[in-house]
Ligand binder design. Structure first.
Ligand code: SF4
Length: 235
């Protein structure tokens, strides 16, 4: 029997989710709440890495992105200085993103194996990509205060996804204050559960067979992505 996840949602549900997520993205891209991160992200954007000297860096808060009807959210810790802080797309343009987007493509969540720009043709299906810290931190290490200042955006993003069932937390988002349990309580999404290679079985009946199969394939390929994700916030 088909589950509710297999049913087509009402168009207004998708439109409402897309509107809410666009509003949050706009707020993230204009946010200046963390002085240290604002100074860093803008300095990096001005000075640039030599290899990207001809590119215009994003240099702002990096919004989450993906499918408003996603049942899966992939949560890393924060953008990288010359990765998402350059491209403006979460985890795009750095090594962790290379692994992550290839894994998503192989598991059927992404339309192509790589993304190099927020304006390329990549389309995500059934997955939302985000993080609890939306600005690139110095030394790849946000502070606990910065994480707590920003995590409200994550909370609102996940709450805006009407079909969200599974949160896949990677790298620094998996441990400490960004642990899946913490994410579940912070975001207040009652269906959100942690998934990694060890606990894929815990999601029970929460996801449809098709998603389950793709999650299993995704999980097989996340190790490499996770090795390159940022460590947890500093205390
Ligand atoms: S990390 Fe988050 S809260 Fe802090 S300035 Fe960036 S977008 Fe704003």
């Amino acid at each position: 029997m088909a589950s509710w996840l297999d049913m087509d949602p009402a168009p207004d549900v998708e439109a409402e989710a897309a509107r809410t997520l666009a509003t949050i993205a706009d707020e993230v891209s204009q946010c200046r709440a963390c002085p240290r991160l604002v100074e860093w992200r803008e300095r990096v954007a001005r000075e640039k890495r030599a290899a990207y000297a001809d590119q215009e860096y994003w240099g702002r808060g990096v919004p989450g992105w993906g499918d408003p009807l996603a049942s899966v959210a992939v949560v890393g810790l924060a953008p990288a200085a010359h990765g998402a802080n350059r491209t403006g797309r979460m985890f795009c343009g750095d090594r962790s993103g290379e692994w992550l987007y290839r894994a998503l493509w192989r598991a059927g969540f992404a339309s192509q194996p790589e993304t190099t720009s927020r304006d390329d043709d990549m389309v995500l299906s059934d997955v939302w990509i985000t993080s609890p810290v939306h600005c690139a931190p110095p030394d790849n290490k946000p502070t606990i205060v910065e994480r707590d200042t920003c995590v409200g955006f994550l909370s609102r993003e996940l709450a805006a996804l009407p079909r969200l069932s599974v949160v896949v937390a990677l790298g620094g988002a998996r441990v400490g204050g960004g642990s899946p349990r913490h994410l579940g309580s912070v975001v207040g999404v009652r269906r959100a559960v942690a998934v990694d290679e060890q606990d894929l079985g815990d999601r029970g009946e929460l996801v449809s067979d098709g998603v389950e199969d793709r999650l299993a394939r995704l999980s097989d390929r996340l190790d490499a992505a996770e090795q390159t994700m940022l460590p947890p916030p500093e205390r």
